[in-house]
Design a binder for this molecule. Structure first.
Ligand code: FAD
Length: 472
């Protein structure tokens, strides 16, 4: 009978959402078997290819993913892209349920003239380049210029700015890729602008990232005092943790400690936090290179039941910070630079054209992880809820999804398929797939290569190289 049959669940994507969902499923039902299908030959998604190389502590989650992966009821099929190597339909035909957790593989565009110039890069690709994503290994990064502009006020924007300004003798001790280190060593960049369309109360980066920027060696922080004017009067009304972040911005702009001020005077590099600017055009030099970005200057309005009223900073309340909109003024301004990094957000893509997908938000349509009108299909993580937030948020999402699937198994909504169906499918992809023990070989080889040069690991950046080690 079905109650004795084993539920087999396929997870699409081996990032945090996939591993946390697997953990919950394995814990909640002693019979469940979980198969993780991953496009790349290596697991862990953005923990490997997103999280900054100088944040090794964040990557400790890999230890708990490895625990999950070593459970004998959990299988990893790397190097298998769903939608290309196997179809979503064949997974649905062969498994009790399919959980989509394939992240966000694209990024938002600005849609302005000049965006296609050669040194205008997406932060997503730039991050992939220094973190060893095989897709980004040939990104043409030109750091033979003095200034860079990073567009966006989130943690990814701050990550890329920090990598541009961190001395390479510090980066050398991380798992940053060797090919990017070579280019960073020759970098002439002295100045990085981090530009956002709204004000200091709407930034999306967090205090840890700001603190790291302020403490960068040989680098001064410039936040213009008029930009933070009046913030001291409302700071006590701002809910934490934004209050502490705002305090730090205010202090850095207006009253840095004497030691800090002294260090900043001597610094040869600088970063500037720029507010209330929306890019309208990327300008070209006569030689066809990036010459700068033209911005329109914004002011902030609170949107109140459809009507817009100017912000009165004395009346700012924590709960209306998020609803303040940037509206353009008549002023324009150009900032010169030779590199532009666009960091205005990631975007998920529909895996299959049958999938109910919200094109506007770039997410799969679902209710409590249950994909609309598709009984055996679930989704979680960034592909379900949008590319925002940290691993902890992805973890709660994925645990919830795991519970929903377990509930639907318990209440009989999901029925186990014949075991041979899953076995046949696995037999089809077996030769191409990289297993978790294959990954452990790649891991070992990367760590050994890293040890030779004083790094935690030297990542392989080429799929063929990964495969040849996996198969050795
Ligand atoms: P992902 O991590 O993107 O995993 C999705 C996986 O699916 C990938 O491995 C992908 O290869 C695979 N996949 C895609 N398509 C297919 C397909 N068709 N078939 C099979 N597999 C497929 N959070 C923190 O807590 N701390 C940080 O310091 C931090 N830094 C970050 C830095 C950057 C640059 C970015 C972008 C994010 C950062 N985050 C950080 C957030 C964190 O990475 C995310 O919360 C988390 O990775 C989302 O997990 P996910 O599994 O939904 O997506």
């Amino acid at each position: 009978t079905f109650s004795q049959a084993k539920p087999h669940i396929a997870l699409v994507g081996g990032g945090p959402a996939g591993y946390y969902a697997a953990q919950q499923l394995l814990k909640g039902n002693p019979h469940i078997v979980v198969d993780i299908y991953e496009k790349l030959p290596v697991p862990f998604g953005l923990v490997r290819f997103g999280v900054a190389p100088d944040h090794p502590e964040v990557k400790n989650v890999i230890n708990s993913f490895t625990q999950t992966a070593l459970n004998e009821r959990c299988h990893f099929f790397g190097n298998i892209e769903v939608g290309k190597d196997i179809s979503l339909k064949s997974l649905r035909d062969s498994y009790t349920a399919v959980v989509l957790c394939y992240g966000a593989a694209d990024d938002k565009m600005l849609g302005i003239p000049g965006e296609n110039l050669s040194n205008v890069l997406s932060a997503r690709s730039f991050v992939g380049w220094y973190n060893g994503n095989p897709d980004d290994k040939n990104l043409p990064v030109d750091l033979d210029c003095e200034s860079a502009i990073v567009l966006g006020h989130g943690n990814v924007a701050v990550d890329v700015a920090r990598i541009l300004l961190t001395p390479t003798n510090i980066l050398e001790k991380t798992d940053i890729t060797e090919h990017s280190l070579e280019i960073l060593r020759k970098s002439r960049i002295q100045k990085v602008y981090i530009v956002g369309r709204r004000g200091p109360l709407q930034v999306a980066f967090t205090i840890k990232e700001l603190r790291e920027m302020i403490n960068l060696p040989n680098t001064r922080t410039i936040i213009q005092p008029p930009d933070v004017e009046g913030l001291d009067k409302i700071i006590q009304d701002i809910p934490r943790p934004r209050r502490r972040l705002t305090e730090l911005m205010f202090k850095s702009a207006v009253a840095p400690s004497p030691e800090m001020a002294q260090l900043w005077v001597q610094a040869s590099r600088e970063w500037r936090l720029v507010f209330l600017r929306s890019p309208v055009e990327i300008c070209q030099t006569a030689g066809g290179k990036v010459g700068g970005v033209k911005f329109i200057v914004n002011k902030l309005h609170v949107s109140d039941q459809g009507s817009c009223s100017p912000v009165n900073s004395n009346k700012l309340q924590g709960d209306n910070l998020e609803t303040q909109k940037a509206v353009p003024t008549d002023s324009v301004e150009t900032i010169n630079c030779g590199l532009v990094l666009r960091s205005i957000g990631y975007r998920s893509l529909p895996l299959d054209n049958m999938l109910p997908f919200d094109e506007n938000k770039g997410v799969i349509q679902h209710q409590q992880s249950r994909v609309h009108n598709n009984k055996d299909l679930y989704c979680t993580g960034w592909s379900a809820n949008g590319p925002v937030g940290v691993i902890l948020g992805t973890m709660s999402d994925a645990f919830e999804t795991g519970k929903v699937v377990l509930e639907d198994i318990e209440n009989g909504t999901l029925l186990c398929k014949e075991r041979s169906k899953r076995e046949n499918l696995v037999a089809q992809i077996k030769d191409k797939a990289v297993t978790f023990s294959d990954w452990l070989k790649i891991d070992k080889s990367e760590c050994a290569a890293g040890e030779l040069v004083g790094k935690p690991r030297e990542k392989l950046i080429d799929v063929q190289q990964m495969l040849s080690i996996a198969r050795s």
